[in-house]
Design a protein around this ligand. Structure first.
Ligand SMILES: Nc1nc2c(c(=O)[nH]1)N[C@H]1C(S)=C(S)[C@@H](COP(=O)(O)O)O[C@H]1N2
Ligand SMILES: [Mo]
Length: 310
């Protein structure tokens, strides 16, 4: 018999939160570049990595442990319970991968994921993410503003909204064999929301490439909207004139609106949105208007009735 050899553990599995924090502190002080060269995998070594942890958009809330971020997920393509995406997402093939950007643009284009990764400086942004189910997390994401991509395709004057389409392949995404949502998963934003610098085209978290259950290889993260607006595993971005119909609006138009701004004053028809449970904490916190990002985004909704436009 051959001696037992332990399986190769991906470094994504053995990097604890503490190591991430130590690493980041080191990157911010001395020797960061040298460290990036020796520390696999991927994102820490990218030469377009911006200054880590220094983004003006980062919040200072305590981070949610990496394990909770990667094992408590909503990703219905891999099952409807929180533990299933981490268990089932292994079948997702994240290479090769492209995003087609088309519609009301002068230069529609198919972008390869490797090209996207290098297109702008990757920045670490610590954002709050609040789910419509009234739990929240604080995650160090890695990415750059979606606006960097959108401006390259030169939107026409008719581009009023942006539609995001996630991968549709039941062979890779077993949850798509059940009709829990109208597949593929579709989300949408108004053009000014999509162009807002806080809207993050996201490739990583905790200093590494996105785990599959978090929407690899590329997703959106919108910190001031309920989590369902942050589409995962995106293959298509369409700029359109009419407000797109999203998967969640089709599933429950009275429950999930197009805007879905985090708003403690507008309850979901079946539960309050006034408070939330931060994953890992015992007592509930008060939910903040626009999830605490009102200074940055409230102007986008000036004059709008947010009770009607929920
Ligand atoms: N394609 C796709 N994107 C999705 C979802 C989904 O089911 N499918 N769930 C959304 C919801 S409801 C939330 S709260 C966030 C969760 O992201 P996380 O698992 O990285 O925390 O992803 C959003 N993006
Ligand atoms: Mo969510």
């Amino acid at each position: 018999m051959k001696p037992y050899k332990p399986p190769a553990i991906p470094s994504s599995e053995i990097t604890p939160q503490a190591l991430f924090l130590a690493r980041r502190k080191f990157m911010q002080t001395a020797g960061g570049a040298a460290l990036a060269a020796v520390w696999p995998p991927a994102l820490w070594a990218m030469d377009n990595l911006g200054e880590l942890g220094k983004s003006k958009y980062s919040v200072t809330d305590e981070l949610t442990p990496r394990q909770a971020v990667t094992e408590y997920n909503n990703f219905y393509e891999f099952g409807t319970s929180k533990d299933q995406p981490a268990i089932n997402a292994g079948s997702l093939q994240t290479r090769p991968w492209t995003i087609t950007v088309e519609g009301e643009v002068k230069k529609s284009k198919v972008f390869d994921i490797e090209e996207l990764l290098k297109m702008a400086a990757l920045e670490e942004r610590i954002y709050r993410l609040r789910c419509v189910e009234a739990w929240s997390m604080v995650v160090p994401w890695l990415g750059y503003s979606l606006a960097e991509l959108l401006k390259r395709v030169e939107p026409t004057g008719n581009a009023k909204f942006v539609e995001f389409v996630s991968l549709h392949d039941p062979a890779q995404m077993p949850g798509q064999k059940a009709a829990v949502l109208d597949w593929p998963y579709r989300e949408g934003l108004r053009m000014d929301e999509a162009m807002h610098p806080l809207t993050l085209l996201t490739f990583g978290l905790y200093g590494e490439v996105l785990p599959k259950q978090n929407g690899a290889p590329v997703r959106i993260v919108m910190p001031w909207k309920y989590g369902f607006k942050s589409a995962k595993s995106i293959v298509k971005i369409r700029l359109v004139e009419q407000q797109p119909l999203t998967s969640w609006m089709k599933a429950g138009p009275g429950e999930y609106g197009f805007y879905a701004n985090v708003n403690p004053e507008v309850d979901h028809p079946r539960w309050s949105q006034a408070k939330e449970r931060r994953i890992g904490e015992f007592l509930k916190r008060k939910t903040l208007m626009f999830n605490g990002y009102a200074d940055e985004v409230a102007a986008l909704y000036a004059g709008m009735d947010l009770q009607r436009n929920f």
